[in-house]
Design a protein around this ligand. Structure first.
Ligand SMILES: Nc1ncnc2c1ncn2[C@@H]1O[C@H](COP(=O)(O)OP(=O)(O)OP(=O)(O)O)[C@@H](O)[C@H]1O
Ligand SMILES: [Mg+2]
Length: 250
């Protein structure tokens, strides 16, 4: 396998006495879809927060294409080519789909810049917004305020917004949470199309059917510790993984 696009080395993060991440080492190869699974509280979202600079790791390294990201502010990391969506949807309720695709990421630069529709008057941003809107099947909904959309479509708006920045690496925190089977399948097909364009995706998800059928490779976290990794079929039959999910009677 070639050198990974994203490389985490011994990443550690504690909150008081809680070891959210204990020396996590993992890699995400370019052009692949990699999944992170694990029970509630395993440290999955914390890992995303460390990668994107929302949290600073206590120790360890995060590298994108070999360049260290540790200690950089979120907006710099975004500019290096990492975009994300959030476990709890972060949309502006009254803003339309189209407006969401023209504002900067919610973890963008200074707070006041988030209030500026940066895409207005910028033809390139508008072309890109049209492109992702079309890709996610949102074009007919362009003038709808976010709050009027069903949950599954709000998640799509978040994914579309993350892609307007043309990231190299897309981080998705539970992209199909709350979706029914058909909606999740549509998202799975969209992710496969994105991978075909060369995009690299790292995603967190509890929907095992979705994860197992989509990801090229999986990491399994439990209480902040990486307990297994491998292809979906390797992980599916790993006894430590089964124990973590089903609970041990020891
Ligand atoms: N800002 C914070 N302050 C204190 N503790 C935190 C903070 N963020 C996360 N934690 C703790 O770190 C641990 C890991 O949380 P995290 O949100 O990363 O889990 P998760 O794997 O994403 O879980 P879920 O599947 O429920 O989303 C939990 O014990 C959580 O309570
Ligand atoms: Mg989480």
């Amino acid at each position: 396998m070639s050198a990974p696009l994203l490389q985490l080395t011994e990443v550690t993060k504690s909150f008081g006495g809680i070891h959210a991440l204990s020396a996590v080492t993992s890699g995400v190869p370019e052009g692949k879809i990699v999944g992170i699974i694990g029970p509630n509280g395993a440290g999955k979202t914390t890992l995303f927060n460390v990668i994107t600079g929302a949290y600073r790791a206590d120790s360890g390294a995060v590298r994108l294409n070999g360049a260290a990201l540790n200690g950089l502010p979120s907006h710099r990391i975004a500019r290096e080519g990492i975009a994300r969506t959030f476990q709890n949807i972060r949309l502006f309720p009254s803003m339309t789909v189209w407006e969401h695709l023209l504002v900067v990421q919610p973890h963008g630069e200074a707070w006041w810049r988030r209030l500026l529709p940066v895409g207005w008057g910028d033809p390139a941003a508008q072309v890109r917004a049209e492109e992702v809107m079309e890709f996610f099947g949102l074009t007919d909904l362009r003038d709808r305020p976010a709050k009027s959309l069903p949950y599954g479509l709000q998640r799509r708006v978040e994914m579309a917004r993350a892609l307007t920045a043309r990231p190299k690496l897309l981080l998705l925190d539970e992209p199909v949470a709350g979706m029914n089977h058909d909606e999740a399948e549509e998202v799975r097909q969209l992710m496969l199309k994105l991978r075909a364009t060369g995009l690299t995706i790292l995603l967190i998800e509890h929907d095992m059917n979705f994860v197992m059928r989509l990801c090229d490779y999986l990491y399994v976290l439990d209480f902040g510790v990486l307990i297994a990794e491998g292809t979906p079929s390797e992980v599916r039959t790993n006894s430590r993984v089964l124990d973590a999910y089903l609970g041990k009677d020891e």
